[in-house]
Design a protein around this ligand. Structure first.
Ligand SMILES: [Mg+2]
Length: 229
């Protein structure tokens, strides 16, 4: 079985700041063991550095799809690179955000994300700063997540990440595929997985239509994964 797993909100609880979302060592070891039985691929919007900061060294039993499908790793080894977009100079946006304390700009491969979970003021101001920059430097697309706005300059989304992964690893079409994720950015992956006959599992309280299963929280994700071993 091929098991795609989102990271933030799926394998670790959502944190106020992304760098705080460290994985529990026992859970990491469990994922490694799961990777010996199944193909386990973590699919994240984070780039490799940001992911490594919270996950540590990636063991070879675990695949990693970073930046919404920009790069694919097996353990620490880069096995495919689809990074074909360039992020513009974020200077003007950084300048604008100085007046909006609590916002946080995350620079990634082929994209950037503006987080405002800790911003206490009028969120319309954050959106205004974001869209002003984006109008001057048009990305291929804008992704709206939970208290995060993301501008993507490369052709990436988690659905493409899944498709690319299956192609790169030579998926034959007979091996079952599942995807577990919690956020709007996972919906592209859900669509791809459903299209190829796989199953989509949503983590959280309000599942979108068409999912095959709902897992209430991170605890329940691990309970579910243990049942697959
Ligand atoms: Mg997530």
């Amino acid at each position: 079985m091929i098991i795609f797993l989102d990271y933030d909100g799926t394998l670790v609880p959502i944190q106020e700041f992304p760098y705080l979302a460290r994985i529990d060592p026992e859970r990491k070891e469990f994922l490694r063991e799961l990777g010996r039985v199944h193909t386990v691929a973590v699919v994240t919007g984070r780039d490799k550095r940001s992911f490594s900061n919270v996950f540590g060294e990636v063991p070879p039993e675990i695949f990693l799809v970073t930046s919404h499908g920009a790069k694919i790793y097996r353990g620490e080894d880069l096995i495919a690179n689809f990074l074909d977009g360039k992020v513009p100079d974020l200077g003007p946006l950084k300048e604008a955000l100085k007046d909006l304390p609590g916002t946080f700009l995350e620079e990634k491969e082929g994209c950037f994300a503006l987080h405002y979970r800790s911003f206490k003021g009028d969120e319309a101001l954050v959106e205004e700063a974001f869209y002003r920059f984006v109008r001057d430097h048009p990305p291929l697309k804008v992704i709206r997540g939970k208290k995060v706005l993301e501008a993507v300059y490369g052709e990436f989304d988690k659905g493409k990440g899944v498709e690319r992964f299956l192609k790169v690893t030579g998926w034959k079409g007979d091996e079952p595929v599942i995807y577990v994720g919690d956020d709007t950015t996972d919906m592209d992956a859900f669509r791809v997985v459903k299209k190829i006959g796989g199953r989509a599992y949503f983590v959280g309280e309000r599942p979108p239509p068409g999912v095959d299963g709902v897992l209430r929280d991170v605890e329940e994700v691990y309970r579910f994964l243990r049942s697959l071993k």
